[in-house]
Design a protein around this ligand. Structure first.
Ligand code: 26W
Length: 815
C-alpha cells in the first residue's frame, strides 16, 4: 500500500485535525497540539492500511497469529511509524513550512511503558516483525492507566512515582466500544443434566466490562500492519447502576465503577517475582477471558465452527501470565458451544503454544487453590478436570507417582501455571539455545522425558530498524553508503560489511559517528545528572532491570576495587572510563534498592575525588526506559552482559548493543553464547564460569568466605563497601557476598577484571576497536526479530505470510 501524500495534503490534514479534533487554529497550536494532530493522521493511515492488509489476508485465507502478553513495552510510536511508512521526510518538510520541527514533536510523546523489561519489549519488537514479515497478527494486552513507575532517586534511594501516560499516549489508541465483552468473576456453579447435555450455570457472578482499544504498528514499508488490542475494565452494571442512582445511592454506584476500573489501573512492577495477589489473578483472567471471547467471535463469524481453529489461528502465550486462556477456551467450547471434552481439548492443544522467558524458580507463578476457586469457580473446575485426566494418563503410562505430582497442574494446594502451560500446549520453547537446553534439563526435565516432541528453541530478536536505523541514523547512513539499503529488509545482508573490516577510512568514519553519539549522551548526562563526562573515555554500559542474578554488583565491586587502586596510584596508566548504569528495581526488592544506592553513592564519591575523577566517572541514569535506551545504546563502547551463566534466559539489549557496534563484555549466558558463535573469540570479551562449571562449583560446595579471606583486593573492596559511602553503610550487600553470594560474584571476579583490562588494551588502538565493532554489526543479522518471527511461523505456528502478490480467486457469483 502506498502511504505517500503530498506536502500540501499533509498540511491540510494537519490543519483539519487541529481545528476539528483539537479545537485550536494552526497559528495558535503548540508542539503538543501538532504532535497529536500528526499522530491522528498517522493513526488514520494505519487503520486504512490494516484494513487493506486484513482484506488480503482474508481473501487468501491466511492463518492469524494471536500473541497474548501481559506486557507490551512500546516506547514511542510516532517516529517508528513515520519511518516504517517511508514518510518521515515528507512530514518533516511539511511541518517545517509551518515553522514546526518534527524532532520537537517526537519529544512530546510519552513512552508507552506497559511493561517491565525484556518480556514486554520483546513483545513490542515482535509486533513490528510480524507486520514486516506479512503475518496478520494481533497482540492482546491490558490498557494500564499507569505504566511502569517513574523512578526518582532520592539520595540514591529509588522511589516510585506514578506514570500517568494516557494524556499524551492515548491518541494512538482507537476505542472500539462495539467489541466490548463481559468477564465474570466469583459466584458459584450449578450443574445439571438435560438430555445427556451437561448444563453449567455460573450464578451470582460479578460482571466486569472489557472495552478494547486498538493501536496499530506498521511494518517496514507499511505492507503489513499489526494490531495491538488492549482491554480496559469498566463497570458492566449499567442498569443496576441506574437503580442505585435512582434510589439515591449515588456513592455506592460510583464505588462499583471504581472497583471494576481498578483491574486495569496499574501494571504490576515486579519482574521475575510474582505477587500472589488477588488483583494480579484478576488481571490475568480479565485479559484472557476478553481475548478468548474476541478470538472465538471473530473465528465463528468467518467459519461458523471452531473445528478448524488450529488451521486458521495460532494463539501464543508469552510466559505463563496468560495461561488461563487454556481453561477459558475450554469453558467457552464446553459451556457455550456444545463441544465435548475430547474434541475441545484437541482443538485447544493444537492451537496454543507457550514460551518460557525465565528460569528463576521464584518467577514460576502458583495460585493458592482457595483464592483461585473463589474468584474463578468454573475455571477452577476445568483445571481440576485437566489435572485429573493428565494424571490418569501418566499413571496409565506407568509414570512414577512422585514425578506425576511434580508435573501436575494442581498440586500441594496450588494451581501451577507453568505445569498447566506445558500439559496443555503443543509447543514449549525457550528464548536462546542455551536457555532452551536448560529448560529441558532442569525446570521442565520431567516433561521433557515424557513428551520430548513438544520442546523447541526460538532465539529472541530485536526490531533493528528501530534500534539501529532510527536511533543511530548516522551509523545507518554509513552502512547504507557502504552496502546499499537491502539490509533494511534482510538483516543477514549486514554481513556485507565484513569487507570493510580493514578499511581505515570506514573505521575512522565509524569512530567519528560514535564520538558524535557520545557527545549527545554526555550532554544528556550533564543536563540530567550534573556530571561532566569525557566523550573520549570508554563508555562502559550496563542497562537492564536490577536483579542480583544480572550482577550489577559485580560491576560495581570492580569499580570500587579500581577506585581503591587508582587513588593509591593516581598517576597509573589508565584509559579514562565512564561507567554508566540504568536500572529499575521492583519496589519491594530491598536488596536491589540497596545495590542502586551503593552504585549512586560510590559514584558520587568517585566523581568528587580529584585524585581519580579525570580517569573514572560513574553515572546512574534515573528512570531508564525505551526512549533513554535509544539515546544511550548508540553511544556505548562496551555492553555489559554479566549474569551468572545459566540464569539469563536470553537478554535482548545484548543484541541492540551488538548491532550498534559495541563490544560485549559478558559471560557465556543466554544469547551471549550465540553472539560468541557469530563473531568468534576475537570479537567478544568473554569471562567467567560456564553453566556446567557453575553447577560443578555448586556441587563442590561454594564458600565465598574462602575467596574473601584469601583475596586482598576483594577483601579490601568488600570491607569498604560495608563501611559505606555517602554516610550509608552497605553491610547487607557485603554480608551477602561474604556469606552466601548466591550468584557467585566472587568466583567470577578475577576473570571479570582480566576481561575488563583487555578491553582497555583493545580500545587503545582505535582501528582495532572499530574493526571489532564493525564485525559485531556485520554478524548481528541473525538477531533480527524478523528472523525470530520466521522461526516461530515455521517451527511452531505452521503459518505462512500473506503472499506479496496474491492471486485472489473471486468466485463467479461474486464478480
Ligand atoms: C509475575 C512476575 C514476572 C513478571 C515478568 C515473572 C517473570 C517475568 C518475565 C518473564 C521476566 C522477563 O522479562 N524475562 C526476560 O525475558 C526476555 C525476553 O525473552 C529475555 O531476553 C530475558 O533474558 C528475560 O529475563
Amino acid at each position: 500500500m502506498n502511504y505517500k501524500i503530498s506536502k500540501k495534503e499533509i498540511q491540510e490534514q494537519i490543519k483539519d485535525k487541529l481545528t476539528h479534533e483539537l479545537s485550536v487554529e494552526w497559528q495558535d497550536a503548540t508542539d503538543e497540539h501538532y504532535y497529536k494532530a500528526v499522530a491522528l493522521i498517522v493513526r488514520d493511515m494505519l487503520v486504512k492500511g490494516r484494513k487493506k492488509f486484513k482484506d488480503v489476508a482474508e481473501q487468501t485465507d491466511t492463518k492469524n497469529i494471536y500473541y497474548l502478553c501481559m506486557e507490551f513495552l512500546l516506547g514511542r510510536s510516532l517516529k517508528n511509524n513515520l519511518f516504517n511508512l517511508g514518510i518521515e521526510d515528507d512530514f518533516r518538510k511539511a511541518l517545517s513550512d509551518l515553522n514546526v520541527r518534527l524532532d520537537n514533536l517526537y519529544e512530546m510523546e510519552p513512552d508507552a511503558g506497559l511493561g517491565n523489561g525484556g518480556l514486554g519489549r520483546l513483545a513490542a519488537c515482535f509486533l513490528d516483525a510480524l507486520a514486516t514479515q506479512g503475518y496478520p497478527a494481533m497482540g492482546y494486552s491490558l490498557r494500564y492507566e499507569y505504566g511502569i513507575f517513574r523512578q526518582k532517586l532520592v539520595e540514591g534511594w529509588q522511589t516510585e512515582l506514578p506514570d500517568f501516560w494516557l494524556p499524551g499516549g492515548q491518541v494512538w489508541f482507537q476505542p472500539v466500544p462495539t467489541r466490548a465483552v463481559e468477564v465474570h468473576f466469583d459466584g458459584f456453579i450449578e450443574e445439571s443434566w438435560n438430555n445427556q447435555y451437561h448444563v453449567v450455570n455460573h450464578k451470582d457472578y460479578t460482571k466486569v466490562l472489557a472495552v478494547p482499544y486498538d493501536l496499530y504498528v506498521a511494518g517496514m514499508d507499511g505492507r503489513g500492519v499489526s494490531r495491538l488490542r488492549v482491554w480496559a475494565a469498566t463497570s458492566a452494571e449499567a442498569d443496576f447502576d441506574m437503580k442505585l442512582f435512582n434510589g439515591g445511592d449515588y456513592l455506592r454506584a460510583m464505588e462499583q465503577n471504581a472497583m471494576a476500573e481498578v483491574i486495569t489501573k496499574v501494571l504490576y512492577p515486579e519482574d521475575n517475582h510474582p505477587e500472589g495477589k488477588s488483583l494480579r489473578l484478576t488481571q490475568q483472567y480479565f485479559l484472557v477471558s476478553a481475548t478468548v471471547q474476541d478470538i472465538i467471535r471473530r473465528h465463528l463469524f468467518r467459519y461458523s465452527t471452531l473445528d478448524n481453529l488450529p488451521e486458521k489461528a495460532a494463539i501464543h502465550l508469552n510466559d505463563t501470565h496468560p495461561v488461563l486462556a487454556i481453561p477459558e477456551m475450554m469453558r467457552v467450547m464446553l459451556d457455550e458451544c456444545g463441544y465435548g471434552w475430547d474434541q475441545a481439548w484437541s482443538i485447544v492443544n493444537r492451537t496454543v503454544a507457550y514460551t518460557n522467558h525465565t528460569v528463576m524458580a521464584e518467577a514460576l507463578e502458583c495460585w493458592g487453590v482457595d483464592l483461585f476457586r473463589r474468584r474463578l469457580p468454573r475455571i477452577y473446575q476445568i483445571i481440576e478436570e485437566i489435572n485429573r485426566r493428565f494424571c490418569a494418563e501418566m499413571h496409565a503410562r506407568g509414570v512414577d507417582g512422585q514425578k506425576v505430582g511434580r508435573m501436575a497442574p494442581l498440586n500441594d494446594g496450588y494451581v501451577k501455571m507453568a505445569n498447566l502451560a506445558v500439559v496443555s500446549t503443543h509447543s514449549v520453547n525457550g528464548v536462546s539455545k542455551l536457555h532452551s537446553e536448560i529448560l529441558k534439563q532442569t525446570v521442565f526435565q520431567d516433561f521433557y522425558t515424557e513428551m520430548p516432541e513438544k520442546f523447541r528453541n526460538v532465539t529472541n530478536g530485536i526490531a533493528y530498524r528501530r534500534w539501529l536505523n532510527q536511533s543511530n541514523p548516522e551509523y545507518a547512513d554509513l552502512i547504507t553508503e557502504l552496502i546499499g539499503d537491502s539490509y533494511i529488509h534482510n538483516a543477514a545482508r549486514l554481513d556485507r560489511l565484513l569487507k570493510y573490516q580493514d578499511d581505515k577510512a570506514v573505521l575512522e568514519k565509524m569512530a567519528k559517528i560514535r564520538r558524535h553519539n557520545k557527545e549527545r549522551m554526555a550532554d544528556y548526562i550533564l543536563k540530567n545528572n550534573g556530571v561532566t563526562i569525557d566523550p573520549d573515555s570508554i563508555f562502559d554500559v550496563q542497562v537492564k532491570r536490577l536483579h542480583e542474578y544480572k550482577r550489577q554488583h559485580l560491576n560495581a565491586l570492580d569499580i570500587l576495587a579500581t577506585y581503591q587502586w587508582l587513588r593509591e596510584n593516581p598517576s597509573a596508566d589508565f584509559t579514562p572510563r565512564t561507567y554508566i548504569f540504568g536500572a529499575k528495581a521492583a519496589p519491594g526488592y530491598y536488596m536491589a534498592k540497596q545495590i542502586i544506592q551503593f552504585i549512586v553513592n560510590l559514584g558520587n564519591t568517585i566523581n568528587n575525588d580529584p585524585r581519580v575523577n579525570e580517569k573514572m566517572k560513574v553515572v546512574y541514569l534515573e528512570d531508564y526506559r525505551v526512549t533513554l535506551a535509544e539515546l544511550l545504546i548508540p553511544s556505548a563502547d562496551i555492553s555489559q552482559q554479566i549474569s551468572l551463566a545459566g540464569t539469563e534466559a536470553s537478554g535482548t539489549s545484548n543484541m541492540k548493543f551488538m548491532i550498534n557496534g559495541a563490544v560485549t563484555l559478558g559471560t557465556l549466558d543466554g544469547a551471549n553464547v550465540e553472539i560468541h558463535e557469530a563473531v568468534g573469540d576475537e570479537n567478544i570479551l568473554l569471562f567467567g564460569m560456564t553453566t556446567p562449571q557453575v553447577e560443578q562449583a555448586k556441587r563442590n560446595g561454594y564458600i565465598p568466605g574462602n575467596i574473601y579471606q584469601n583475596h586482598p583486593v576483594l577483601h579490601q573492596a568488600i570491607d569498604e563497601m560495608g563501611r559505606g559511602f555517602g554516610g550509608v553503610s552497605f553491610q547487607q550487600i557485603s554480608d551477602s557476598l561474604r556469606n552466601s553470594d548466591p550468584y557467585m560474584v566472587l568466583a567470577d571476579f578475577d576473570d571479570y577484571v582480566r576481561a575488563r583490562k583487555k578491553s582497555m588494551e583493545l580500545y587503545a588502538n582505535s582501528a582495532q576497536w572499530y574493526r571489532i565493532g564493525l564485525t559485531n554489526t556485520a554478524h548481528a543479522g541473525c538477531f533480527s526479530a524478523d528472523r525470530s518471527i520466521r522461526d516461530y511461523a515455521t517451527e511452531i505456528w505452521s503459518a505462512e505470510p500473506v503472499p506479496a502478490h496474491p492471486k485472489i480467486h473471486i468466485a463467479p457469483s461474486q464478480k
